[in-house]
Design a protein around this ligand. Structure first.
Ligand code: C2E
Ligand code: CA
Ligand code: CA
Ligand code: CA
Length: 287
């Protein structure tokens, strides 16, 4: 970190220096990490608010780094997006998750009450613009023998703001095949609500900030009105509403009363290994 002229800022802030080195180190380690199998996926259940049953799970990627331990996606997804590694990494996540969905289906084959568990996978904006997206997804589903309607791809609201037809075309094709598209972090991106009709989405994932505002009981009346308005608009457009970040029973109850369909959060379960989801779904089916 010492340049010829001596950079006093860098020397005066060893922590920032360490962060920069780590960022650099992580970036260069990313491609080999994929080859060495250092990534793994945790699954967090998606629960039906009406009857409390587990309907599926969101796949969340982690990196077991040989020196730094388990790193969350916020540490490395932006780096992977920056370097382009997100395309093969995203494909790997999709393949693993779809195979996992297939395995759950086989495990639950004899348990009628559980029904097929669906899988939600996050898509980065870089994957959206990658020309192989549709074909890769078709191939992955076919190889695993999984129907497209067992898969939901989550795209953030901000990735689709001002999206032109070229960007929407692959999503439309996937939607026509039966893959659900969810608008993630909804409510944070200032998108024009009327614009929703143009997007090939079938699910709104209401951002965690709305759930947080349901902390108090009764919640702030303005927040309640906003969520109520979003839910009624969504339902009038035939979109289902999923809420994320549910940490308490009071939040779950408020959001259920407001008409939200599905929930996800620590109140139900933290993200965990695939066996955990299988157990939760079975417990659920048992009563
Ligand atoms: P996200 O898609 O909004 O995922 C939800 C995040 O909220 C996850 O963080 C999850 O662990 C966390 N969470 C779940 N329930 C609760 C709760 O009750 N309270 C709180 N405070 N947090 C909760 P995580 O796993 O750290 O993932 C962060 C972000 O990284 C994700 O946000 C998503 O944007 C991105 N990400 C994760 N996996 C992938 C992936 O495979 N591909 C891409 N492109 N992005 C990914
Ligand atoms: Ca997500
Ligand atoms: Ca989200
Ligand atoms: Ca988020």
């Amino acid at each position: 970190a010492k340049s010829a002229g001596g950079n006093r800022f860098e020397l005066a802030d060893p922590e920032a220096d360490a962060r920069a080195i780590t960022r650099h180190g992580l970036t260069t380690a990313l491609p080999t990490a994929l080859e060495r199998g250092e990534f793994f996926i945790e699954y967090q259940p998606l629960v039906h608010l009406g009857d409390g049953s587990v309907r599926g799970a969101e796949a969340l990627v982690r990196w077991l780094h040989p020196q730094h331990g388990v790193l969350g996606p916020d540490r490395f997804i932006p780096l992977a997006e920056h370097t382009g590694l997100i395309v093969p990494l995203g494909r790997w996540v999709l393949e693993q998750s779809v195979r996992q969905a297939r395995e759950w289906r086989e495990l639950h084959g004899g348990v009628e009450a559980v029904g097929p568990l669906r899988i939600n996978v996050n898509l980065s904006p870089c994957q959206l613009t990658h020309p192989g997206l549709v074909q890769d997804t078709v191939d992955i589903l076919e190889r695993a023998g999984v129907e497209p309607d067992a898969l939901c791809l989550e795209v953030t609201e901000s990735a689709l703001i001002g999206a032109d037809d070229d960007l929407l075309k692959p999503l439309r094709r996937l939607a026509e095949m039966g893959v659900d598209i969810a608008l993630d972090d909804f409510g944070t991106g200032y998108s024009n609500l009327a614009n929703l009709r143009r997007l090939p989405v079938s699910i709104l994932k209401l951002d965690r900030s709305f759930t947080q505002s349901m902390q108090q009981f009764p919640a702030d009346p303005v927040d309640l009105k906003i969520v109520e308005g979003i839910v009624s608009l969504a339902h009038s457009l035939d979109l289902a509403v999923t809420v994320e970040g549910v940490e308490t029973g009071a939040q779950a109850e408020q959001l259920r009363i407001l008409g939200c369909d599905t929930a996800q959060g620590w109140y139900y379960a933290r993200p965990g290994p695939p066996e955990r989801l299988h157990e939760l779904a079975l417990v659920d089916a048992a009563g």
